[in-house]
Design a protein around this ligand. Structure first.
Ligand code: AFP
Length: 343
């Protein structure tokens, strides 16, 4: 008689011993003996909101949730119904607890004060639906988050006014809604990725300790903007494209996270530089550039605002923009050299 094969896998193929996001967050928390567990709960609430949003995105076309609302957001961009839904989902996940003092969102002109009068330590900055133009064409979209702990007086709650720079982040990451839903996060000890197992409703570790290759084969930028760029940026892209060994390929999806995620895993450079229409850059510092810079740097890559560091850029306003380059160290250093040499 054949010996039965012993397996730890359940009949649905999910190993019950696998690392869940919740377990990972709690085990990381133990590395900080003075931690009170509040950041862990913030991350778990984000994961909960991500599951709600992921489910809604999958049904959006059937539920009449595609298309625009007819309104414009603070940036003057047409608001999609899913922008509103994504924002409401995040706000709802934090509105009735005192986990964060305030939420800064791409979709809200002013910060939403949550835990006024409490000692909440964190400010959550979020782009609920990154890449919203992709949502109507079944393309990849994402949520980006940065959890900030701004300096505060003893016993007082954190305030948005006290946010200084991306260095105030204690956690950052993104949730990417593609063929699978992936939660990527850092708390300053490496970068880890989890894939949503829809059958059991859990994020399971699928990309432990992500490392961004030192150099890589991709560049990612909206080349329709080339005529609007300064000469040094144009020269940099020409340099990559003209390599006789065809070392580089172009990839651009129109969703920042999808493009940066590829670069994070496979290497290369993502670029959204300043252009004539966006002299200060297009991407938003608090909830796009800084969280992704934290992730990329924690994975061993680099992020640059051209001549300066993304993470050290002082915050002047919550919706401030910044030129942004991120990815493999070699390509980002090369970009910085092109910019510097021309100045
Ligand atoms: P939102 O969907 O959050 O407004 O972000 C879109 C985005 O900032 C980013 O996801 C893309 O990389 C970039 O815009 C695409 O912009 P272009 O259409 O100008 O290339």
């Amino acid at each position: 008689m054949a010996t039965p094969v012993r397996t730890t896998e359940n009949p649905r193929g999910t190993d019950s011993n696998r690392m869940t996001l919740a377990r990972h967050i709690l085990e990381s928390q133990r590395e900080h003996p003075r931690a009170r567990g509040e950041l862990s709960v913030v991350l778990l609430q984000l994961a909960f909101a991500a599951k709600v949003f992921s489910h809604a995105l999958g049904r959006a076309a059937l539920a009449g949730q595609l298309g625009s609302t007819g309104e414009r957001n603070v940036q003057g961009e047409a608001t999609k119904k899913l922008d509103v839904f994504g924002n409401d989902t995040i706000v709802d996940a934090f509105a009735r607890n005192e986990l964060v003092a305030a939420i800064v969102s791409e979709e809200m002109t002013e910060p939403r004060q949550i835990a006024c009068g409490t000692r909440a330590s964190y400010v959550l900055c979020v782009d609920p639906l990154d890449g919203s133009s992709n949502s109507d064409v079944n393309g990849v979209v994402a949520t980006i988050f940065g959890v900030y702990r701004p300096p505060r007086d003893v016993g007082a709650a954190a305030t948005v006014e006290r946010l200084q720079s991306g260095r105030d982040q204690v956690a950052a990451g993104y949730i990417m809604y593609g063929p699978s839903t992936v939660f990527v996060y850092t708390t300053g000890s490496g970068v880890h990725g989890f894939t949503l197992d829809r059958d059991i409703g859990e994020f399971l570790l699928s990309h432990p300790d992500i490392r961004c290759p030192q150099q890589g084969p991709y560049y990612s930028a909206n080349l329709a903007n080339v005529p609007e760029w300064d000469e040094s940026t144009r020269e940099f892209i020409r340099h990559l494209a003209a390599r006789s060994d065809r070392a580089y390929s172009l990839r651009y999806s129109g969703a920042l996270v999808a493009d940066v995620h590829r670069i994070l895993l496979d290497g290369g450079i993502y670029l959204y530089p300043a252009d004539r229409r966006h002299p200060g850059g297009k991407l938003r510092l608090a909830y796009e550039c800084a969280p992704l810079a934290f992730v990329v740097e924690q994975a061993g890559g680099s992020a640059s605002a051209g001549m300066s560091s993304v993470l050290d850029t002082p915050f002047e306003s919550i919706h401030q923009r910044l030129p942004f380059a991120a990815g493999s160290r070699d390509e980002v250093a090369m970009f910085d050299r092109f910019i510097r040499d021309r100045c």
